[in-house]
Design a binder for this molecule. Structure first.
Ligand SMILES: Nc1ncnc2c1ncn2[C@@H]1O[C@H](COP(=O)(O)OP(=O)(O)OP(=O)(O)O)[C@@H](O)[C@H]1O
Length: 321
């Protein structure tokens, strides 16, 4: 009889204990290989190495490897706002990049059917994601794996989509091949429509970040977005105030055309954490429009996004503890 214990030990050290005890019957060796969290290339390479090792054992004529992967507990963080134009996409892109810099394995989904801006923000316009076994494969923008409605349809087309089509596209992006990503940042469309409902009901976000500008009107809109998620019992991570205080590019003096502290006190009233204040800065706008997100750099414009990412990471870590 073939002794498989030596093989078993070799496979355990080769794969980091990812193989089950091998069994041999009529010359056919079978085992289970746990490929959870491995990228496709790593999965294939590991399975090949296991097969080579097993075939070298006398008496083994054929090898059958069943690959299994645990369904990952991937946390979805929705980034939402009550109305458009408050900088939700800018915040989402820079939050994803800043989280990656903090060592979080992160992916970015642009679910904003009305104005998918992530391809522009992350300089991946015109790229088309491939699909394998009916699963989309994310592309990379500024080093972060990402998928956008803007990659799936012609510019301007998605806006005519009916709810179910948009919800279906959202599902395809969420269920794409994110490999070992532990967090997905989802840039939501503004308002409270079908994509939001599908997100809440089907994809169950771990939490939501609300973006608002200091103007009263945007804050009232923000309250509406907060209500939608709260009613569905989606945990609030907190509020980000964007375009707060204008830093004069000449003298550096900060002025607050819309008053200051409004968003922070509104967060307090709503019982939400206040996560970060991102200044209105020409440098943030020009860098974003040029596809070089400020968070990817080391200048002062990266700082508020790093602070935001730190708070979000803390929240996610607490949740897991
Ligand atoms: N802190 C900021 N300072 C200066 N400009 C900013 C800032 N945040 C965003 N912007 C600019 O404001 C515009 C709108 O931002 P963005 O596209 O991120 O908003 P949005 O809320 O996602 O809008 P929409 O819902 O229409 O997609 C962009 O030109 C962006 O560069």
């Amino acid at each position: 009889m073939t002794d498989l214990s030596a093989l078993s030990q070799r496979l355990a050290s080769l794969t980091g204990n990812r193989t089950s005890t091998p069994r041999l019957r009529d010359g056919v060796l079978t085992l289970v290989l746990d490929v959870s969290g491995l990228a496709r290339d790593a999965r294939v390479a590991m399975a090949e190495a296991v097969e080579r090792e097993a075939r070298a054992v006398p008496g083994v004529e054929d090898v059958r490897i069943a690959q299994t992967a645990e369904k990952r507990d991937r946390a979805i963080v929705a980034v939402a706002s009550g109305k458009g134009g408050v900088g939700k996409s800018t915040v989402s892109a820079n939050l994803a990049i800043a989280l990656a810099k903090l060592g979080v394995r992160v992916g970015l989904v642009d679910a904003d059917i009305y104005g998918p801006s992530q391809p522009r923000l992350l300089a991946s316009e015109g790229e088309k994601p491939q699909a394998e076994e009916k699963q989309l494969i994310p592309i990379r923008g500024a080093g972060v794996p990402m998928l956008s409605m803007g990659h799936l349809v012609q510019p301007g087309q998605a806006i005519a989509w009916r709810g179910p089509m948009a919800a279906n596209a959202l599902g395809q992006m969420i269920d794409a091949r994110w490999d070992d990503a532990e967090v997905l940042i989802v840039d939501m469309p503004p308002g409270t429509g079908d994509v939001q409902l599908s997100m809440i009901q089907k994809h169950k976000p771990a939490g939501v970040v609300i973006v608002s500008t200091p103007q009263d009107l945007a804050l009232i809109d923000a309250t509406r977005a907060v209500n939608l998620f709260e009613q569905a019992h989606v945990p609030m991570i907190g509020l980000v105030e964007n375009m707060a205080g204008y830093a004069c590019p000449h003298c550096g003096e900060i002025s607050d055309p819309f008053g200051s502290g409004g968003a922070e006190s509104a967060a307090g009233v709503m019982g939400m954490a206040f996560l970060a204040r991102i200044p209105l800065s020409i440098a943030i706008r020009t860098a974003s429009d040029a596809g070089t997100p400020p968070a990817a750099g080391t200048g002062p414009d990266a700082e508020p996004f790093m602070a935001l990412a730190g708070r979000v990471k803390e929240w996610l870590d607490r949740r897991q503890a």
